[in-house]
Design a protein around this ligand. Sequence first.
Ligand code: CBF
Length: 832
Amino acid sequence: TAKETARKSTKAKSADTSSITYSKAQIKQSIVKHLHSTLGTDENKANNHAWWKATSAAMQELVLERLRTTQKTHYINDTRAVHYFSAEFLMGRLLSNNMHNFNLFETADAALKELGVELTDVLEEEPDMALGNGGLGRLAACFLDSLATMDLPAIGYGIHYEHGLFRQEIKNGAQIERPDSWRHYGNPWEICRPESIQEVPLFGYVETKYGANGRVKKEWHPGNIVKGVPWDIPIVGYGAKTVNVLRLWQSESSDYFNWDVFNSGGYVDAQRENIQAETISKVLYPNDETRAGKELRLIQQYFFCACSLKDIIRRYKRAHGDDWSRFSEQVVIQLNDTHPAIAIPELMRILVDRVELDWDTAWGICTKTFAYTNHTLLPEALERWPVRMIEKILPRHIEIIYEINHRFLSLVEKKWPGNNVIKAKLSIIEESTEKMVRMGNLSVVGSFAVNGVAEIHSKLVKENLFPEFEALWPGKLKNVTNGITPRRWLKACNPLLSELIGKKIGNDWPSDLTRLNKLSEFADNTTFQNQFMKVKQKNKEALAAEIKHLTGISVDTKAIFDIQIKRLHEYKRQHLNLIHIMALYKRLLEDPSYDMHPRVFIFGAKAAPGYTLAKDIIFAINKVADKINNDPRVNHIIKVVFLPNYRVSLAEKMIPAADVSQQISTAGKEASGTGNMKLALNGAITIGTLDGANIEIAEEVGDDNIFIFGMTVDEVTELSKKGYNPFDIYYHNNEVKAVLDWLDTDYFTPGQPGALSSLKNSMLSGGDPYMCLADYESYSEANRALNIAYRDKSRWAKMAILNTAKMGKFTSDRSIADYVERIWKLTPCTVE
Ligand code: CBF
């Protein structure tokens, strides 16, 4: 089974980590050496940043040695490899992760101590590599960790954004975006590989030529050529045997620099082209779940796909020359969402125009090479590009897309003769006022497998999004439930809990998470319950200190720490959480003896800069927080905290301290979620809807250990069909009415009545598209039940332990084992 594959391929490794013998003295010596000869400073002058760089350089020395052996082994064995194409990789920090994976964390800690330096301070110096928006990018990062851990030959391909996701500041309650400069002062992990630079054509026109044999030949004359410079980030697996690579492309102007303009004195004009080329990898589009629809975004997508394909082909040809028959045996390309879908026509272009294979052979290779993961059903996230835009930027690709579509529609005609409705629905080209290319349809047609990311989501992909594709190609649509790496999301981020678990059940769990299940045996044991909750308490104290440091707010660590961390989006319903907090506030004002355990509501979320309502919700959370936190009538019972600049490294501090995990999306909208898994793994109890992976979490932990509320997917569909009117609830539920009306006053925004009205409007006249009000009553009930459960210390401890114990399924090692078994058909390659 998939689980066994995961276990087998990682089993040896957990024992092997101990074989990495690198002493404290050696680490110390290496750090000092780098301080001196890499950074040109010394122990007396070095600040924490310099220590971070020197320590990273010392680690990188080990990493590169393993990288070399890995690459050599893969080359000698001519391994089949997965190539993970993703516009986003949300890596976070690497030093602590690499130390853990080398099993050198404690040794390095001791070495630095002897040098008079605190490792925890040094780790704080590392900027997050925030080359992603949220779940999709972080999933890619977890997958890279698991692939290396499981000794699977893999390479991640993406964009070397100069600026990752913006840094969020909060000014007077509102989000302000500041540029992120993750490599401003140099990044010790990346290696530039100028020897593997690629050139990428853009714009121009296509010439049709007729060969002597009557064969039509297409020649693309690009109007512009940019250079793709690869930067490699080594990816260290747990146990540090396999070190794979994440290759990120940076754009530069090509050598076709405009020398004529330059020589005739137009120095500045000649630079313009440089700047345009460099713009391609300048910045990550900060949208989660919405298409950007911008020319530059399409160019970014094509840019990294074209570079990556050339890179793959170069490597393939080194081993197989011009024998293309084995290409799809050696190469599998996973498309992380439709963002890299343009790789499909690009590979066709290479095979047909350059290699001169006939169409059918080329298409055969393509459709055995690509696989596609769908991450969302939200219509606004399904990419469609105007035909005219593709025509302009990629004139040859649009011809190829039309040809793919033409051949595909003949297949549809065979299956459903004369059915133009189905044809219009399945067509890759959408015949709207402005013709569009549907990247989802292109991805399904051009791939041999398509998967959703949780059981319910995959079911909906099959039944609602692509039902005809399922009929056309039964079995092509699959499920692979997401997962998270337990190395980062438990071992490294929660050392106290990891230690406790280790003492109780041994230290094999990071490479076989199902072993956590052994903790269930101790769920009723009072001593273990106390130990478990003591760790939670310590983690809460650490977070409380961080909250104080970041916001100045003091919180009671005996209160329930209730956490909602994720991108700000209406479907995730942070505003449902907020109106419920307001209702609690109101209950307390009206009845000071209202029975509730003190609770700190903690949020972390970035809103896309152009998403006004999302920013309004952040503003509202902060304004309500100001009022409640400063109201002596209630602030010993409720506190509300919005932690600015939510990112991977902040998540690592928040997650271990959570008592409650808010996973409250409208059923059917959250494809999977992965924060839900991280929080539960660290012993937080979920209050959530039956959406995405929450359903599978509920199955694992059992109904007694989760607070499920709200409508199911079917009930949501039913209600939409019937016609949902939020005013029905507004007029029948006094609490809902009072809270929404409160938003119209200036109670939370003194002197500015109406400053929070957009929230009320969205939930009333705006039609409440995500049905907050419909789920309100049930949410409020679930919160009551949660409050009662928390009062019973032993019951809560048992629930928390069982949440940790039952998370085995959600390791990304299991997800990867599923991909291997159901899609990639890879074999592990041990690196000696
Ligand atoms: O599959 C990973 C995650 O991807 C998203 O973040 C996405 O960008 N579409 C989804 O919203 C998450 O549900 C999912 O866990």
